[in-house]
Design a protein around this ligand. Sequence first.
Ligand SMILES: Cc1cc2nc3c(=O)[nH]c(=O)nc-3n(C[C@H](O)[C@H](O)[C@H](O)COP(=O)(O)OP(=O)(O)OC[C@H]3O[C@@H](n4cnc5c(N)ncnc54)[C@H](O)[C@@H]3O)c2cc1C
Length: 337
Amino acid sequence: MQRSNRSGEILVIGEIREGTLHSATVELTAKARELADRLGTKVTTLLMYDRVDMNVEDLAWWGADVVLCVVGEPFRYFNQEVYTNVISYLIKGRNPQIVLAPATTSGRTYMPAVAAKVHTGLTADCTGLDIDADTGLLLQTRPAIGGNIMATIQTPNHLPQMATVRPRTFPVPKPNRGRKARVEHPDLPGEVFTSSIEVLGKEHQEGMDVNIQDLDVVVSGGKGLKKAENFNLLRELASLLGGGVGASRAAVDNKWISYPHQVGLSGKVVSPKVYFAVGISGSVQHLAGMQTADFVVAINKDPEAPIFRVADIALCGDLFDIVPRIIEKIKEQRGKE
Ligand SMILES: Cc1cc2nc3c(=O)[nH]c(=O)nc-3n(C[C@H](O)[C@H](O)[C@H](O)COP(=O)(O)OP(=O)(O)OC[C@H]3O[C@@H](n4cnc5c(N)ncnc54)[C@H](O)[C@@H]3O)c2cc1C
């Protein structure tokens, strides 16, 4: 889309899975509110679902002016084509100046297709958003060149300016419970719901119950773990810390742990308060998924392992010696409390 509407709304693409609102929806709505106040425009949050366990109007508490609800059976399972069709149709009709979506697995799937359909660009996996005081353009910051620099990107030539944002990038402000939003159910042509993808059902895979992107502590293991059973050591540490278990692709490829646990370029992007990298070398592809963690503890027997370059605490030694000692220490400390 050519630039035409610098006064349009900010459209936030929300996410609801099995009736539950993803926390990134609230986080992005609140960030959009802050940006919209600077631009003097409104915030619309789009929700697509077959059922929902909340009062959708409550999104007003975090800054939505309009909650746009598209409800129907096609949203029972994630279908990239239907999401893409609905979002693109609404963008063409509403002409927003900015569109924000969470960089979740689904957001990272449909947003590139939406960008292609509405002929604009997309800055993926942002870790910072701001407004340029002179031009009013969206400043989209994300790690680049293997995470060695933070690049701030502007997209002045096409609208809308579109970005996906890593979950847990921005703090969520306290809800303003007095705020109200208008709930709208837009009329959509039937063809946006048609798809060449037929979803036959959903199979449960180990690791799907807990989304490591939502956790404060992630304890990840790599090839250094040597076999599947050794992940129990990490499960014990993670459970003591109230966190979950992640993994490198090498561990997943070896079938020691399932894909939903994979962190990195072709896995999930996590931003926990504490990230443990245990027996992980620190390839650029792994770093792409965890380098925005607040605090990194790396355990590796190789003093030259690249993971130590991004570590806040570097524990050089055998993980089978170090991890049990950490577990013991935590238990000892808990016993004293
Ligand atoms: C397109 C593409 C996408 C990719 N996507 C991803 C991705 O999403 N996530 C990802 O992780 N990788 C990804 N990779 C793979 C990546 O390049 C690496 O191969 C992978 O991250 C290596 O995993 P690792 O660190 O577990 O294994 P290794 O690189 O083999 O490292 C194992 C580490 O364990 C240490 N170690 C061994 N034994 C012990 C011990 N007893 N105690 C302590 N330390 C020990 C070793 O010193 C070593 O540093 C991708 C690659 C490509 C090409």
